[in-house]
Ligand binder design. Sequence first.
Ligand code: AMP
Length: 589
Amino acid sequence: MTTTSPILGIDLGTTNSLVGVVDSGFPILLADEQGQRLTPSAVNFAADGSLIVGAAALRKRALEPRRTVTSVKRLIGRRGGEGDWQPPYSLRELGVSPIEVSAEILKRLKAIAERALEQSVSRAVITVPAYFNDAQRNATKQAGELAGLTVERIVSEPTAAALAYGLDKLGERQKIAVYDLGGGTFDISVLEMREGVFQVLSTAGDTQLGGDDIDRAIVNWLAEGASGNSALESQATPAAEAAKKRLSSEESTRIELPFFDGTSSLSVELTRAEFEKLIRPLVERTRAHCLRALSDAGVKPEELDAVILVGGSTRIPLVRRYVAEIFGREPDISQNPDEAVALGAVIQAGILSGSLKNVLLLDVTPLSLGIETFGGLMNTIIPRNTTIPCKAGEMFTNAVANQQDMLIRVLQGERELAKDNWELGRVIVPFPPGPKGSARVGVQFAIDANGILQVLARDTATNTDTVLEIQNTAVDVDDERVEQMIAESVEHAFEDMNERVWTEAKLKAEELLPAVDAALTQFGDAVSDDERRVIESAAASVRALLHATEHDAKALKTANAALDDATQELAVRLVERAMEESLVRRGLV
Ligand code: AMP
């Protein structure tokens, strides 16, 4: 047993959670008093204010569905628990938040570890789905702290699974994909391992897709047969889940619900073929994410050395066949799908505490981060799939003279227009008024090893820093649309690009037209009639396109270029004249 305080590795799962530690150089998972390593992520709140966590809580679910909180991970870091997943309980009624419920599960895991290790522990590494956004990562960290644990690192689940797979292959060079279909979330990541360095190349997924949806598909199917009986719907979930698990090894199973509403009973046969038909649309939803992850990583399916399956739902034979179809190879099932993520968390904890050496983990950021710039465009500062921790910044200036401050809107997403991305937060940076382009505001984004963002804005004239706190505002992000965002960015790539070119051309035209008008009025004597006609007609074309109802970005760009060309000579003459005048003024000629 280690003498210094160990760091726990924790897989805080939607359905089950696990805890472990590195002991004498080996990652091990710890068991509770009953010898169980899996702790159901369930908390039962009794009317007298007491609570139970784990298997005992889960046993109470059928009798007390409104007092038993399960799958709380689907609600953590989400605004008021909104989303298309409606739990059978109400956290508001119970008077607890998702963070508090998660903290109870973490307290239980801490107690299991302390009992097994016979010492107190206060530090942990916790895993989250790769697709968890800033708010969800922060919320998980807060839950850990509420449970009395210093959260040393938040690690993405697929990355953790890759660590578990690769620990005994440290000398090898491999490209691997981790397909993780759990109780509530789906993640796919492509990684490269090279001499102990694990680098995530890309990650994608769906935060609202997992075994719970499969259970619901069965319940809906049962309810159809029983014409929408609400007692049936609330009672059937445990039976549906059990039947689903049996169908992973049996060809057919019977679902029995005796006296589910006090009087009626139900007994139906569900064959594997029928079950597969029911859930195929859910499984098919993973395909686009896999293709996206491969293309983001620049890896062809045949270049992969292994596709690792993680998460309880990958035990379903249809899922395995489907993965084989997508990647053109049989998946690797060497890892225990329930334990790989936890083992990876333990390995990461071992790396941090120094008990495991020669391993380095490089994770990536799942979505692009940037700020809104002139004309409502998204200006990406850190592109998606950048290795973290990372830091990047850019300098911005004032668009109009005498501006006194600048509004910085921090955005997350893949779309070209700011309005289509999510706002994580905003801050106003004041600076001394001056001519257009005189202000210098540096904006720096830093993502730490946990994937948590900090934004710093600095007015370089006064060296005043404004630090933007992201964590609370980010809760407003509708994370259900994370994956939709990615899909839309592909779908709208063409229009978005057109809109970006249009906005840029419009800004340029709005700058050019008044400048040309002013030059013609002020220095009209410097142009011939012919030249004036050409300039005026070029300006008229620009104006017409600018005010046309149809946005023709390409035409406006061409017209701008023509106007630029037409005024070239005039511009040169104006500069020459200005220089002459200045020399005369200074008495040099
Ligand atoms: P995880 O979040 O990785 O713990 O995965 C839990 C999910 O896997 C739950 O939805 C379980 O119902 C599901 N699961 C566990 N074992 C099986 C099995 N043998 N067949 C199908 N699904 C399973």
